[in-house]
Design a protein around this ligand. Structure first.
Ligand code: 5RP
Length: 251
């Protein structure tokens, strides 16, 4: 039998090089300090550029507490983060009930509804958000909003079955999003493919429709071939935003 290769050393995050990065780290660290307590043993790790700071802060809680924990990823990126930090990797099949999931967001409104899926991971992110007793959002100040879609203008990310994407685009146009488009990979090499082998559509809707995100979510979800919608309504218990002046806004 051959010995498995040694795991990579835990990551040392470089110091944030911009105010935005510093704000992400501030939000992430504050949320971990408040929500990831020693009694929490099953922890969901979201996706995006803010989440590495979540893992960084969890690692700082020490090996003693982390050796009794299992971490569930929302996708390839968070799986790598967990493994590289030498934390124990788990699966939602083994742990369908999660103590706390912390994730980033593209925009969050006053009622803690949010847009997610800028990175195309929102299906798995929603599964882990729903499985968690406590779901917490972390973001920089640019994501703190009153009406969804006013800051994140590329539209609602919608994961769709590849076979159905043209029909869904047509239906989204009829539903009120004439500029809905299939998300393309860099250099237009082809459509972006999610961790689940599906396509992503970005569908901007008028402000009037975005003011009632739950109704919009249910209408989009009804379209045949839609797998999941990047609107998370009534799911988060709290949201943390790092600000440029070093303060944290908590919703
Ligand atoms: C990926 C997501 C991310 O959580 C969201 O895009 C926020 O990312 P970032 O922390 O980089 O701003 O939903 O699907």
């Amino acid at each position: 039998t051959s010995t498995p290769p040694p795991l990579a050393a835990p990551p040392k995050a470089p110091p944030p090089t911009s105010t935005v990065e510093a704000s992400k780290r501030l939000a992430a660290w504050t949320a971990v300090d408040r929500h990831i307590l020693p009694e929490h043993k099953v922890i969901g790790i979201g996706s995006g550029s803010t989440v590495p700071y979540v893992v960084e802060r969890i690692v700082a809680q020490g090996k003693k507490v982390n050796k009794d924990r299992v971490f569930i990823p929302t996708g390839f990126q968070s799986k790598e983060l967990i493994v590289n930090a030498q934390l124990l990797l788990g699966d939602v099949d083994q742990y369908p009930v999660i103590d706390v999931t912390i994730d980033g967001a593209d925009e969050v409104d006053h009622d803690l509804n949010c847009i997610k899926g800028g990175g195309g991971c929102h299906l798995r992110e929603k599964v882990l958000a729903e499985a968690a007793d406590t779901f917490v959002l972390v973001a920089d100040y640019r994501k703190n909003s009153s009406v969804l879609g006013t800051m994140f203008k590329q539209g609602i990310p919608i994961e769709v079955v590849p076979f159905a994407y043209t029909k869904i685009l047509q239906n989204l146009h009829l539903l009120g999003s004439p500029n809905a488009v299939l998300r393309m990979a860099k250099a237009k090499a082809g459509p972006v493919v999610s961790d689940n082998g599906n396509f992503i559509i970005d569908a901007p809707f008028p402000e009037e429709m975005m003011k009632d995100p739950y109704t919009l979510l249910t209408r989009i979800k009804m379209l045949t071939g839609v797998v999941e919608v990047g609107l998370f309504c009534h799911m988060a218990k709290a949201a943390y935003f790092g600000n440029q002046d070093g303060s944290v806004t908590i919703k």
